[in-house]
Design a protein around this ligand. Structure first.
Ligand code: DGL
Length: 275
């Protein structure tokens, strides 16, 4: 990846787009929602596959990768960013906003507030990466919104790695889901937050493990609506060819496969860029 000066403005010779990133394929769940909200805006997605999962990394590492990826997105013409990763949002969104105060950055965080509004028995589960649950931002989110409820924060190490392999129905994946769902079942939660953008890709497996009585919540659609509001403040003229670019710092095949199969973007091509 060619890294331009960190203080260079987004390349204005390029078609203006929204730059979106995640550690891997998970951010496609946000891309789906963005496409629905913003059909006329070019979207440029980077999966930092060579460095996934972020959820088992240190905070410094997540900040370093997020800044590098964001520099690439700025260089390809992104006028704003959507961090389609709860883990990168928890650790790096402030660093990104500090570095580029004029560049809007929309992040994604576990929807603790909507979950508190949705629960009927006051018992909520949160599935997220180890790094998200260990973050200061998550601690603050819980302190601000969940003081009155019982909250089971369930780190799910290993789930992202298995999802990245592409087999969303493997027995290995089911076994891990069962393990992580057991404590939440025992705690009789009635609402579970999918606090990692990879998890909606295995929503049906998680629902089966928790049972039909448990409501699963994610906030991808709310993030896309927020991104739309921000994009509209930029005053950028619509373009005729609002394409989708998919890139990966690792093997692009799983990204392309999922985009075609799960999102129905039949002609989309994912390419590899240097890590
Ligand atoms: N999709 C990322 C998230 O929302 C996964 C992070 C990881 O790579 O562990 O947290």
């Amino acid at each position: 990846m060619t890294i331009p000066s960190p203080f260079a403005a987004p390349d204005s010779s390029r078609v203006p787009c929204i730059g979106v990133f995640d550690s891997g394929v998970g951010g496609l769940t946000v891309m789906r929602a963005l496409r629905e909200q913003l059909p006329d805006v070019p979207l440029h997605y980077l999966a930092d596959t060579a460095h996934a999962p972020y959820g088992d990394r240190s905070s410094d590492y997540i900040v370093e990768r997020s800044v590098k990826v964001a520099e690439h997105l700025r260089a390809v013409g992104a006028r704003m960013a959507v961090v389609a990763c709860n883990t990168a949002t928890a650790h790096a969104v402030l660093a990104m906003r500090e570095r580029w105060p004029e560049w809007p950055v929309v992040g994604i965080e576990p929807g603790v507030k909507p979950a508190v509004a949705a629960t009927r028995n006051g018992r909520i589960g949160v599935m997220a990466t180890t790094a998200t649950i260990a973050s200061r931002r998550y601690e603050q989110l819980v302190a601000a919104h969940a003081a009155e409820v019982t909250l089971i924060s369930q780190p799910c190490p290993g789930l992202v790695t298995l999802i990245e392999r592409g087999d969303l129905r493997s027995p290995e994946l089911d076994a891990l889901i069962q393990r992580f769902c057991a404590p939440m079942r025992e705690a009789l939660v009635d609402t579970v937050l999918l606090g990692c953008t990879h998890y909606p890709l295995i929503r049906d497996r998680i629902q089966a493990a928790l049972g039909d009585g448990v409501r699963l919540l994610d906030i991808e659609d709310a993030v896309a609506r927020q991104a739309k509001r921000v994009w509209e403040t930029l005053g950028i003229a619509p373009v005729h060819d609002a394409g989708i670019v998919l890139e990966s710092t690792g093997d692009p095949a799983p990204l392309q496969h999922l985009a075609r199969e799960a999102l129905g973007w039949r002609d989309v091509v994912a390419t590899r860029i240097p890590a």
